[in-house]
Design a protein around this ligand. Structure first.
Ligand SMILES: [Zn+2]
Length: 128
């Protein structure tokens, strides 16, 4: 989480984005990806080539893709309506950070936020 918040703060006012890796409900790592959106101050779009590579690594026995992260440099860590429109209801996690705060969401059918996201409780554990 510290690493993600640092990336988000360093990239502001542009949004960062990437892939969350882990096991079951525990995020254990992340892959920063290029934000290829033409307006990265307001939107994000994960480079599809990097996403395909991560999917391939997962199929070959690597860490599972639990979801995605991106930043909202202006602060609000709730999903935007644009986030909801671009999210598949695939049960994956969406972590939104702003440099200091963070919130975790799951993309589901009929979610409480814009019909697409439910909030997910989150604990950060320090692991030696
Ligand atoms: Zn967003």
């Amino acid at each position: 989480m510290d690493a993600l918040q640092q990336l988000a703060a360093d990239a502001a006012p542009q949004e960062i984005c990437g892939i969350l890796l882990g096991v079951e409900n525990r995020v254990t790592g992340h892959i920063p990806t290029t934000n290829i959106s033409p307006s990265p101050e307001r939107h994000f779009e994960i480079d599809p080539a990097q996403l395909i590579q991560a999917e391939r690594t997962m199929r070959e026995g690597g860490a599972a893709i639990l979801g995605y992260y991106h930043s909202h440099p202006l602060g609000n860590v709730r999903p935007s309506s644009t986030d909801a429109e671009s999210a598949a209801a695939d049960g994956r996690l969406w972590l939104i950070v702003n440099g200091t705060d963070a919130a975790l969401w799951r993309a589901v059918p009929n979610g409480e936020i814009f019909g697409r996201f439910d909030k997910v409780a989150m604990d950060c554990l320090l692991i030696d």
